[in-house]
Design a protein around this ligand. Structure first.
Ligand code: ARG
Length: 590
């Protein structure tokens, strides 16, 4: 086995080998960061578990392991404490050489995955004609962080925004526009075109018409039938409806692209539910022929329940009784589309936890139909964003907060915080606005991603825009401070030199560098960006203790000065990378 680059790993391997020599499981050698950094860097509790198994005294086993560890050149000291805890301190030479590796590596010590995969990440998922609101913000922010992480680790990622552009809402809107503007050519079945190039509705119109139409549709059965009819006609290609629907999509997309640019989020594909449509007829025929699709009260369904199910698992509806394709059908069609164009080995759906059942049904149906195996399809759910009252976040008047208003609010709060903290006082107004926006985006993304993905959280703009505490702005500020140190050093002609780890604060900083891979792997395997946030925060904190204990530019010993500068630059590199994976852009100065 080649020697692992990470000290934590190398140490676990060394301890594991010592356990193996005693005829024990090498896994018992797992080392973790010590809770008592004053006593040790790492600790291992394996001797206690081993002793239980063998009916031996744990201290005896620990003594044997410690003796073996002392022979390792990365270990400065190894001791047994209490009933059989193994405490290890690493050698300064090992820490120095690890720090040097991180400093010299463009990826700041980050490994890549052994076998890269083709991965599709389905996120965003906004709906045409509906204002983008804070619920879709979570999907966007989490999905973007995951696409950055998976790409960074070497996978080939295709992100798809998967717009909601094909359901009953489209029929509802068509009918609502018809009521307001009945003379438009889109509704004249005899019209032969061409249809007008400019949209008869703006995004504001759509934002107003959407709730109006869906309210009427819910309240009135006759209207609902008309809406179903319009949806079915749209889907089967009625030219006027298609032309009007195109306008809905285009108008919505302009707004979405603006929000995405402002958040720094990109997608490889701007596809939607409608793009699944061409794949459905053949799928339905095939599933009918194989007896997988069944006719049930006029609809084509696929049963997905299993005997082992503990909860009710309703069938999916492939084609409803009006011949229209709903949410299930479009997700299945999309799976075929992706299979044919990308052939992904893994597909991640970053969608509200409340859709868990939907995805379970779709994945089972995909498996049953032989489209893509269930094991390659994963729903990554997330909790809701709540207001101080613990209920889903709303505006003051109880409405759904529009995303661009929300961003504008965050920008304004960031700007006033900067003024309070006397930041950005000596730059132009345009640059200050740009910095404030970066602070706002950092606040929004970090506050979202630093929570465990599956939990709900309370959004508190004032707290999240603070430059103190575990916040995005604190981390931005930490990175900007190192950037400014780097500039001053360059100005004074100080260059980084060989790293020699001496002080406790330096040791702690390097141990944090060393933990980067674990954080990356944890976030990647669990699809949990909060692990990246934790790493970024601990790194910034370790740097701040280091910088307090080991000032750089006022140090008189040139070798120490150069070593400390190298540590600072390595911190900056790792911090920039991890903030980049969270989707946070760092200004040059503040
Ligand atoms: N548009 C959907 C919604 O707002 C989310 C789409 C998620 N992606 C998917 N493939 N179903 O609920």
């Amino acid at each position: 086995m080649t020697k692992p680059a990470e000290l934590s790993e190398a140490l676990s391997v060394a301890a594991g080998e010592a356990f193996a020599t005693l005829g024990l499981d090498a896994g018992l050698g797992a080392m973790r960061r010590s809770d008592r950094p004053d006593l040790a860097d790492f600790q291992c509790n394996g001797a206690m578990a081993a002793a239980k198994k063998l009916g031996k005294n744990p201290r005896e086993i620990a003594d044997a392991i410690v003796a073996a560890l002392r022979a390792s050149d990365i270990v400065a000291s190894a001791d047994v404490a209490g009933p059989g805890f193994i405490n290890v301190k690493l050698s300064a030479a090992a820490l120095s050489s690890r720090a040097q590796q991180v400093a010299d590596d463009a990826r700041a010590g980050a490994a890549s995955v052994a076998s890269p995969r083709r991965v599709v990440i389905d996120f965003g998922g906004w709906n045409v004609a509906k204002e983008m609101h804070i619920g879709h913000l979570r999907s966007t922010v989490i999905g973007d962080s995951l696409q950055r992480l998976f790409r960074f680790l070497g996978d080939s990622v295709t992100s798809d925004v998967h717009l909601g552009d094909w359901g009953l809402q489209m029929g509802q809107l068509i009918n609502e526009v018809k009521l307001e503007q009945p003379d438009l050519p889109y509704f004249d079945a005899g019209f032969t075109g061409p249809y007008p190039e400019t949209s008869p509705v703006t995004m504001d119109d759509l934002g107003r018409l959407y709730p109006l139409a869906s309210g009427k549709s819910k309240a009135d059965e006759a209207r609902r039938n008309e809406d179903r009819q319009a949806t079915q006609e749209l889907q089967s290609g009625r030219p006027g409806y298609r032309a009007l629907w195109r306008h809905f999509c285009d108008v919505t997309r302009v707004g979405l692209e603006r929000e995405c640019a402002s958040l720094g989020v990109t997608f490889n594909l701007w596809k939607g539910e409608s793009d699944a449509e061409p794949f459905i007829p053949a799928l339905v025929e095939d599933l009918k022929a194989r007896g997988i699709a069944e006719l049930d009260a006029g609809a084509w369904i696929v049963r997905v329940a299993r005997e082992s199910d503990k909860k009710e698992m309703p069938p999916i509806i492939l084609v409803n009784r009006d011949g229209a394709i709903g949410y299930h059908g479009s997700d299945l069609g999309t799976i075929i589309d992706r299979k044919q164009s990308i052939d992904p080995q893994l597909t991640l759906y970053v969608v509200d936890q409340r859709q868990a059942l939907h995805f379970e049904q779709v994945f089972r149906a995909s498996d049953r139909a032989g489209l893509m195996p269930e094991s390659t399809l994963e729903h990554l759910g997330f909790g809701t964003v709540n207001g101080a009252d613990g209920k889903p976040y709303k505006t003051r008047d109880g409405g759904v907060l529009k995303l661009h208003e929300f961003i504008a609010q965050a920008d304004a709060t960031a700007l006033s915080r900067m003024t309070e903290a006397e930041l950005g006082a000596d730059v132009s107004e345009a640059e200050r606005a740009d910095i404030a926006h970066k602070v706002a985006v950092a606040a929004i993304k970090f506050s979202d991603l630093s929570n465990v993905r599956t939990t709900n959280y309370i959004f508190d703009l004032d707290r999240f825009v603070s430059f103190e505490g575990k916040t995005g702005p604190y981390l931005l500020y930490a990175a900007v401070r190192i950037k400014s140190l780097a500039r001053r050093a360059a100005g004074e002609g100080v260059t980084p030199g060989p790293i020699s780890v001496e002080l406790d604060a330096e040791r702690a900083l390097v141990l944090q560098f060393d933990a980067f891979n674990d954080a990356l792997r944890g976030a990647y395997d669990k699809r949990m960006p909060h692990i990246l946030c934790d790493h970024a925060y601990l790194l910034a904190q370790a740097f701040s203790s280091f910088y307090a204990a080991a000032p750089v530019l006022i140090e008189s010993d040139p070798a120490k000065k150069a070593s400390r500068l190298a540590l600072a630059l390595a911190t900056l590199k790792q911090l920039e990378i991890v903030l980049g994976l969270i989707g946070i852009a760092i200004p040059e100065r503040m």
